[in-house]
Structures are given as structure tokens and as C-alpha cells.
Design a protein around this ligand. Structure first.
Ligand SMILES: N[C@@H](CCC(=O)N[C@@H](CS)C(=O)NCC(=O)O)C(=O)O
Length: 211
């Protein structure tokens, strides 16, 4: 049975799409229409009761949460370029970056995209959005200034955290200035997009790293 990825276009599930393509794993993908609220419907909640993407349906069961899914996919393949073996320093440094993206930067975007989740008061919502945008913009400006080599991770070849960074930087195209147009981040995204697996994942979703 081929695995089945339930994804939302351009959302955090794009990371899973990228990893599946990088691994050359046979899989099917099923689009969940997030804008239409399909994730909250009964049919999708039967797959993921949390009403969120991604969900990966496998022969062993259904797995949710981006980080858990990609770690499982990569570890079951043993040695691979995107994620070093458990217990190695390289693994710890990649996971350090993954944790920053998952637990700090992604939640900041919730303030920017979903300000209504933070208050019923429209004035507070506007303040949450502006404040969130400022914090994310500052973070991307720091990342752009610090980006020294070809990849955000600082590794010689792209690793898992580079893929995740690209997914999240793409959301930053709505900021002013767009994170995708900061010079070193833009060059990084262009470089990553030339990888055949990454361009296949983007094509499946009908998007680019800039739109
Ligand atoms: N912690 C979860 C977050 C999942 C999540 O927030 N997914 C978003 C897309 S990035 C979603 O499904 N949003 C739809 C909604 O909340 O209604 C993960 O990393 O997988």
C-alpha cells in the first residue's frame, strides 16, 4: 500500500511533500482545501481528529505533525543526506534548527495569519497582527544577515532544516519587505528550487517558492 499524504497547498505539509520526493518514496497525495474549511469537516476529522494538515496514512497507521512525520520517513531509510543518524552531533544541530522553526517561528506566523485566534476584540487582533509581523520580519532580517554559505543550515548540502526554512520563508512573501526577496534568502530559495525533488513537490502543489 502506497502512503497517502493529506496536504494543504503551500502549508507546513509542503515539508512532507518535499521529503517524500527527496526520498523517492512512492506515495499518493490528497489535497485538503484549507480555504474552504475542509480540514474541519467530518470526513477529514476521521483521518486527523485535530482538523489540521499534514496527515500521512501508512500501512502502520496514520501519523500527524510535520516533524514526527519527516523524522519517521527519514529514519526508516537509515543513512540519508537530509538527516544524520540519531546520537550524532550533526543530527542534534539539524533538529535544533527544526525545533526553532516548529516551536518559535511557525507559531509567530499564527499571529500574522490567524490574529482572530488571539482575541475577539478587533483592535487587539490588529495589534497582534502588526506585532507578529514585526517580530517575524526582524527574525528573517537576522537570518538573511547571518546566511553565509549556500544553505541556511550552514551545511555543505541541504538538510531537513533547509527544506523547512524554505517552506516557512515562502509564507514570509506577505511581509513588508517580503522575506523571499531578502537577497541571501532569495538566492537560497532559488538554489533549493533547482533540486529536481523540490521542484516536483512544488509542481504537485501548483506553487513556487515565491508565489
Ligand atoms: N503542529 C502541527 C501544525 C499543523 C498546522 O497548523 N497545520 C495548518 C497548516 S500549516 C493547518 O492545518 N491549518 C488549518 C486550520 O488550522 O484550520 C504540525 O507541525 O504539523
Amino acid at each position: 500500500m502506497a502512503m497517502k499524504l493529506h496536504y494543504g497547498t503551500g502549508s507546513c505539509s509542503l515539508l512532507v511533500h518535499m521529503v517524500l520526493e527527496e526520498l523517492g518514496e512512492p506515495f499518493e497525495s490528497v489535497k485538503v482545501d484549507l480555504a474552504a474549511g475542509e480540514q474541519r469537516g467530518e470526513a477529514y476529522r476521521a483521518i486527523n481528529a485535530k482538523g489540521k494538515v499534514p496527515a500521512l496514512v501508512t500501512a502502520e497507521g496514520t501519523l500527524t505533525e510535520c516533524v514526527a512525520i519527516v523524522e519517521w520517513l527519514l529514519d526508516r531509510r537509515g543513512d540519508n543526506a537530509l538527516l544524520a543518524r540519531p546520537g550524532t552531533w550533526a543530527r542534534a544541530k539539524t533538529m535544533e534548527q527544526v525545533a526553532t522553526l516548529a516551536t518559535e517561528v511557525h507559531p509567530l506566523f499564527n499571529r500574522f495569519f490567524h490574529e482572530g485566534d488571539f482575541s475577539d476584540d478587533a483592535t487587539v487582533q490588529a495589534a497582534v497582527k502588526i506585532h507578529g509581523a514585526r517580530k517575524i520580519s526582524d527574525w528573517f532580517a537576522q537570518q538573511d544577515a547571518a546566511l553565509a554559505g549556500a544553505w541556511w543550515s550552514g551545511e555543505r548540502e541541504p538538510v531537513l532544516s533547509d527544506l523547512y526554512f524554505a517552506v516557512i520563508a515562502r509564507w514570509g512573501r506577505w511581509l513588508d519587505p517580503p522575506a523571499t526577496r531578502l537577497p541571501k534568502i532569495e538566492a537560497f530559495l532559488n538554489r533549493l528550487a533547482t533540486r529536481p525533488a523540490i521542484s516536483r513537490a512544488l509542481a504537485r502543489e501548483g506553487i513556487t517558492l515565491f508565489s
